[in-house]
Write a protein that binds this ligand. Structure first.
Ligand code: ZN
Length: 303
């Protein structure tokens, strides 16, 4: 079982995202903008997973938009996921001359694809600049989900060439809360990946072409599929091949359905498939233990 250390792989895949964004609006200018709509480039910062030295890739589902009407800045969030997402908007210490209604922080659970007004910002002194230091967080999944005890199937054909890599609490990279209970299957690049449980595809990322062991470079560059199960838990299939995804967000997939091809993208020390079962426990994305049945019964995932 030494191989699990060599091939161990991924880190904090997905989920947590801290966005610091600056909004500096001149109130005099605002008065001249009628229903101006502005997309702000979000400056994403990484968080979490310190033990493995890994960074969290940005969450594709979270996007903040600003719309200014008569000096009032309306802050919206778009849930781009084909599944629920919990969002929190809060403020940093650099805000000046602004008030928010409702006051921050605010948190909501959004429906799939929902656009929602989070707050309205207004200058306290209309003749001075309004500076707002906003932070947003988007976590996939509904925090009220209660996972059922389900036996998961192998995410690869049992007759394909595979062996177990890192298991639960794997020393190399399975010790942050998003991946503690994950399993790695060491498989050649291009191995068909199967749905370990039926569900709806929440999101896919397929555009990354390379992988490596420098977490700073690669941690946010893993291709993956996130599947929402009927009980609200989510299956994560990661390190997939570039353009190696056969399903689309919003699509329902059945148990055992082929959903893509394994690869070696992102923070990875060798070709493999990383599978984790995750839930949102309340603005936190965590992995949870699960049972998975292989050709000889339950896989020995616990240590
Ligand atoms: Zn892994």
């Amino acid at each position: 079982m030494n191989k699990r250390f060599r091939y161990a792989v991924i880190g904090g895949i997905f989920g947590l995202l801290a966005i610091g964004l600056w909004l500096q609006a001149s109130t005099s200018a605002d008065k001249n903008i009628s229903a101006a709509r502005k997309k702000i480039a979000l400056h994403k910062s990484v968080a979490g997973n310190k033990a493995a030295g890994q960074a969290l890739p940005s969450l594709s589902g979270n996007e903040i938009e600003f719309e200014t009407i008569d000096g009032i800045v309306y802050v919206y969030v778009n849930n781009r996921l084909s599944g629920p997402m919990q969002v929190q908007l809060s403020e940093g210490s650099s805000s000046r001359n602004t008030e928010a209604w409702p006051s921050l922080p605010v948190s909501y659970v959004l429906e799939p694809k929902q656009r929602k007004l989070l707050t309205r910002l207004q200058a306290i002194d209309q003749n001075a600049p309004m500076i707002r230091d906003l932070r947003s967080l988007g976590i996939p999944g509904d925090p009220h989900a209660i996972p059922e005890d389900v036996a998961y199937s192998l995410p690869i054909d049992e007759n394909s060439h595979w062996e177990l890599g890192q298991e639960f609490n794997g020393e190399y990279s399975h010790h942050d809360e998003q991946n503690r209970y994950a399993v790695d299957f060491i498989v050649p690049i291009g191995t068909p990946v199967l749905a370990a449980r039926a569900g709806v595809v929440m999101e896919t990322i397929a555009n990354y072409g390379s992988g490596g062991q420098d977490a700073k470079i690669y941690a946010s560059r893993a291709n993956f599929i996130r599947i929402l199960h009927d009980d609200g838990s989510m299956g994560l299939y990661a390190h997939l091949q570039e353009n190696g995804i056969l399903v689309k967000a919003g699509q329902r997939v059945g148990l055992g359905e082929m959903i893509g091809y394994s690869g070696n993208t992102g923070f990875s020390s060798g070709p493999h498939l990383h599978f984790a079962l995750q839930i949102n426990t309340g603005l936190r994305l965590v992995s949870i233990p699960f049972r998975m049945v292989g050709p000889e019964g339950n896989l020995p995932l616990s240590q």
